[in-house]
Write a protein that binds this ligand. Structure first.
Ligand code: ZN
Length: 184
C-alpha cells in the first residue's frame, strides 16, 4: 500500500507541474522573494507546502486521497485538514475540505447508521415532528396541592413549546416517560 501511495503522489505532482495557472496572491508572494515562497522544478512552495494550482481535478484527487486513509478509514474534516496541511496549500483549502467531507456519501451513510444504533438504546418511542429534542426539568418541592408537590417541565428545544404537569416528588423516570407519552 505504501508503494501505491508514493506512486499516486508523484502523479499528482506531475499534474501540478503541468498546470501553470496561478492565483494573483501566489504570483505576488513569489515576487516578494522573502524566502517563504519559492519555485523549484515547476512547483511553487509556500511556507514549505506545495501550492496546488486552481484546478478542480487535481484538488479533488488530493482531497480524495487525504480523506480515505488506508490505516484509519475516513477522516473527519479537522483531522483531514491537519493531514493535508502538512503537504499542500491552496486558497480556500479549509472550505474545500469541509465541503468534501459533508458531501461524502460514505460518511453520510455511516452517520445514519450510528444514529440508528443510538436510537435503539431508548425503549421510549419518539414521535415524529415536534417533541423530538426535548429537555426535562422538575421543580420541587412545592406546597402540596391535590397530592401533587412538583411540576415537570418538558420543553421542545426546537419549537420552544412547553408542557407543564403537576406531579409528585418521588416521580421516577418511568413516571416522566408516562407524562411524556400521555400528555404530549
Ligand atoms: Zn467520507
Amino acid at each position: 500500500m505504501k508503494g501505491n501511495k508514493t506512486r499516486e503522489e508523484s502523479d499528482i505532482l506531475k499534474e501540478i507541474k503541468r498546470n501553470t495557472t496561478r492565483e494573483k496572491e501566489v504570483i505576488q508572494a513569489l515576487e516578494k522573494r522573502d524566502g517563504l515562497t519559492w519555485e523549484e522544478d515547476g512547483v511553487v512552495y509556500m511556507d514549505g507546502r506545495i501550492y496546488v494550482p486552481n484546478n478542480k481535478k487535481i484538488k479533488e484527487e488530493i482531497l480524495k486521497e487525504n480523506h480515505n486513509s488506508v490505516d484509519v478509514g475516513y477522516l473527519g474534516q479537522h483531522r483531514m485538514l491537519e493531514l493535508l496541511k502538512r503537504t499542500y496549500w491552496w486558497p480556500g483549502l479549509k472550505e474545500d475540505v469541509k465541503r468534501y467531507v459533508q458531501e461524502c456519501i460514505k460518511c453520510q451513510q455511516n452517520k445514519v447508521q450510528h444514529q440508528k444504533k443510538a436510537g435503539e438504546l431508548y425503549p421510549l418511542e419518539i414521535p415524529q415532528g415536534l417533541w423530538q429534542k426535548i429537555s426535562i426539568d422538575i421543580i420541587r418541592p412545592l406546597p402540596k396541592s391535590n397530592g401533587m408537590d412538583a411540576i415537570v417541565i418538558i420543553v421542545d428545544r426546537f419549537m420552544k413549546m412547553i408542557c407543564l404537569k403537576a406531579t409528585m416528588t418521588n416521580v421516577l423516570l418511568e413516571g416522566i416517560a408516562k407524562i411524556y407519552r400521555d400528555d404530549i
